[in-house]
Design a protein around this ligand. Structure first.
Ligand code: PLP
Length: 453
């Protein structure tokens, strides 16, 4: 059985972290080490997670209640939840599924006098070509926040130079994971200082908590060894339980009701130490091997199945999504062939605000309804990739996958959207014409203060 995901750390990283958690370390030095492992130390803020950093950012920005935050329509649920928590309204930006980049017309349509910030996500280990979107954001003086949580692939991409803040994640399922931790790359010195000050007011994550997390993921890594998974899947299927759901449920980052208390923490010393070590010693050859495998698979599949994100820039194939007309049948066929594909339950479609139903992201909804993620990682050998491609190709002949190309399919997507969000009427009367006056009072003084803007 080729498992869906190989957690991208070694047991030696766990040992390092556990040992560090028992030592008394100089926290200031650890922070320094992390920053110096990053190409531009100034403006680099190590956090507990991207969600923590994003929450901190919205706290510091202190935007007027009811302000709108435009967001790439596909993201993880917690990002949307955090926007709501700050009294702000997320507005989805429907995406071009070929690059998962917001459509310029969706951005123009989303902008209203209440728009203050835009969150752009790079998905699947590639980068979205966001230049045109940043251009529009600039014209409307929106703060540009870049979600690079899935995009870390080396030190060469530190985020878009025109984004105010770029956020990178080293959470458990991410590339080069430190089993937690994130970096905010902040390009405005004033904003950076305020973030750092606010961050220092947060309690530090207890060492014991991070140690337990290290041990938990060491166990999960062990359980995800091929031979073990084969038996677990067998048992789950035999008793008719949903193995897919079980696994997706067990890798949630901050489970339980005290979500806010848990994310509003600075990283433990041992996490900082492990993060520095990962940045300094990670074998980027792994990313290159994964990239090669993914590009080979892309070549094999592009003629027969629609591949979301296939035209992203710098594709490193952190995950490999395909679109299926019958996702369950494709998943089953792959499982029969020894490939643990998943429909993935951690991504969501940002819902439209109740007073702006015309902002519903139909393509994003179609993506979520039809996506299946194929296993992909450096350890997957060429013959296995070929077998997996053959299975997808034969399912394509049966009509189980969505044929390329991915285009405007607004009619079919109404159905998918209704399946996800319940019906909303499509009235267009609230379509806000951008009121340029409104932007003069942006609560964000960082925008526009930088030379050249
Ligand atoms: C993983 C992920 C996050 C959250 O990262 P954490 O560091 O775990 O908080 C945010 N956005 C996207 C798109 C992600 O994939």
């Amino acid at each position: 059985m080729w498992v869906r995901k190989r957690l991208d750390f070694g047991y030696s990283d766990v040992l390092y972290g556990v040992a560090a958690s028992y030592r008394r370390l100089d926290r200031a030095r650890l922070v320094c080490q992390v920053k110096q492992s990053w190409p531009t130390a100034a403006g680099c803020l190590p956090c507990l997670s991207v969600r923590s950093g994003f929450d901190l950012l919205l706290q510091v920005l202190d935007l007027p209640q009811g302000s709108e935050v435009l967001m790439s329509a596909v993201t993880i649920h917690d990002m949307v939840r955090i926007v709501h928590e700050h009294g702000l309204t997320p507005v989805p930006l429907d995406v071009d599924l070929n690059t998962m980049t917001p459509l310029p017309e969706a951005v123009e349509r989303a902008i209203s006098p209440r728009s203050r910030a835009i969150v752009l996500a790079h998905l699947f280990g590639g980068r979205a070509p966001i230049d045109p979107i940043i251009e529009i954001a600039r014209q409307h003086r929106l703060l540009v926040i870049e979600d690079c949580a899935q995009a870390f692939a080396g030190l060469q991409y530190q985020g878009h130079p025109l984004a105010e803040v770029s956020m990178l994640s080293f959470g458990p399922i991410k590339t080069a994971t430190a089993l937690g931790g994130a970096l905010l790359h902040v390009r405005d010195a004033v904003l950076f200082q305020r973030l750092q000050d606010a961050h220092q007011a947060w309690p530090v994550q207890p060492e014991g908590q991070f140690r337990r997390r290290l041990l938990k993921y060491a166990v999960l890594k062990f359980l995800s060894a091929r031979i073990i998974v084969r038996s677990v899947v067998g048992v789950y299927r035999a008793v008719g339980r949903d193995y897919d759901r079980m696994i997706n449920g067990s890798v949630r980052g901050f489970p339980g009701p005290d979500f806010w208390r848990r994310i509003r923490r600075q990283p433990a010393d041992s996490l900082l130490g492990l993060l520095a070590r990962r940045l300094q010693t990670y074998d980027f050859g792994r990313v290159q091997r994964r990239t090669r495998t993914g590009e080979f698979l892309r070549q094999q599949l592009a003629p027969v199945v629609a591949l979301p994100g296939k035209d992203c820039l710098g594709r490193t194939h952190w995950v490999f999504p395909v679109m299926a007309e019958a996702p369950h049948r494709l998943v089953d066929a792959l499982l029969d062939g020894g490939f643990d594909a998943t429909q993935g339950q951690s991504l969501c479609v940002v819902p439209a605000p109740t007073d702006r139903p015309q902002m519903r992201a139909l393509r994003a909804a179609e993506f979520l309804a039809k996506v299946v993620f194929l296993p992909i990682y450096p350890e997957l050998p060429q013959p296995a990739v070929e077998r997996m491609a053959a299975i997808v190709q034969s399912q394509a002949r049966l009509g189980d996958v969505l044929s390329p190309p991915l285009e405007q399919r607004a009619e079919t997507t109404e159905k998918d959207y209704a399946a996800h969000h319940g019906r909303t009427d499509g009235s267009d009367e609230h379509r806000g014409a951008a009121d340029v006056q409104g932007f003069a009072q942006i609560g964000v003084h960082f925008v526009g203060e930088r030379p050249g803007h």
